[in-house]
Design a protein around this ligand. Structure first.
Ligand SMILES: [Zn+2]
Ligand SMILES: [Zn+2]
Length: 269
């Protein structure tokens, strides 16, 4: 049992694929004895207009302010964003980043250019390693931009390639790409995310696995955020304690959350 449980990746019903209001997430977090969490609702740059995201951001921000007024004494609420595919439209990305003040920017990549989200793919007739090469080249481009605080679930495609489709992908074949990515993050003082979602799904492992957490640490990575990727209140905080144990094993004595875009360290104990 660890203290200091902080979940840096959660979705409220501001995200089209999530179920509960920020207020209900706060109520649940307090009941679970969680120290705090970050709201990281989706902003997918390539779906910004089709998902009416500008309106969602305004509403979500307002909901967060109400929740902060009600729960600010009981838990730490970090107001963040999961910003997907930021390289696909840089002008829009800059506009989104300047719309409201945020505590935390979590960068993610859910699809490669011209393709649908890996979540929807069936991988028929594809070479998974070619897809992964494209995926990591884009993640490296995002890492170089440095407009974010932490990089989310860096083995996202594998969750579906191996989890849903048993393609038997050996991620170590991408180690050169991943090494480059981790080195850029470490050198630029960016955080890596340990996403625990896969631990409660068919694939049964976090993203990334211990191998890459260790490598990030060896390369001088200081900041690690841990997130459940909860899309409903019942799983807020899920896997965070297991994540803290993994972080410890990888050589981290602290993990990180963000307030006003600054890293705050929490001891793992
Ligand atoms: Zn994501
Ligand atoms: Zn997410």
């Amino acid at each position: 049992m660890f203290l200091n449980i902080f979940d840096s990746h959660t979705h409220s019903d501001t995200s089209w694929d999530a179920r509960h209001s920020i207020t209900f997430l706060c109520e649940t977090a307090v009941k679970k004895g969680i120290l705090g969490f970050a709201i990281t609702d989706h902003v997918e740059i390539n779906e910004f207009y089709s998902r009416n995201i500008e309106k969602r951001i305004r509403q979500g921000h307002f909901e967060m302010l109400k929740a902060r007024a009600a729960f600010g004494q009981s838990l730490i609420l970090s107001y963040g964003i999961e910003l997907g595919q930021m390289t696909y439209d840089m002008d829009l990305t800059r506009k989104v980043l300047s719309m409201v003040d945020r505590d935390f920017v979590l960068a993610s990549l859910h699809c490669i250019r011209g393709s649908e989200d890996f979540y929807y793919m069936n991988f028929e007739g594809t070479d998974p390693y070619a897809l992964l090469a494209e995926y990591y080249e884009e993640l490296i481009a995002i890492a170089k931009l440095g407009l974010f605080d932490s990089m989310a679930h860096i083995s996202y495609p594998v969750r579906y390639m191996n989890g849903n489709y048993d393609l038997g992908v050996d991620l170590t074949r991408m180690d050169d790409h991943i090494e480059t990515l981790l080195r850029i993050l470490a050198q630029n003082g960016k955080a890596l995310e340990l996403n625990t979602c896969g631990m409660r799904e068919k694939i049964g492992e976090p993203s990334p696995t211990l191998r890459y957490l260790k490598r990030f640490r060896e390369l001088g990575g200081e900041f690690l955020t841990i997130g459940s990727d909860a899309h409903s209140a019942d799983v807020i905080g899920a896997g965070i304690q297991e994540g803290m144990a993994l972080a410890k094993e990888a050589g981290f004595d602290y993990f990180t959350f963000y307030k006003k875009r600054q890293p705050r360290l929490l001891q793992i104990y």
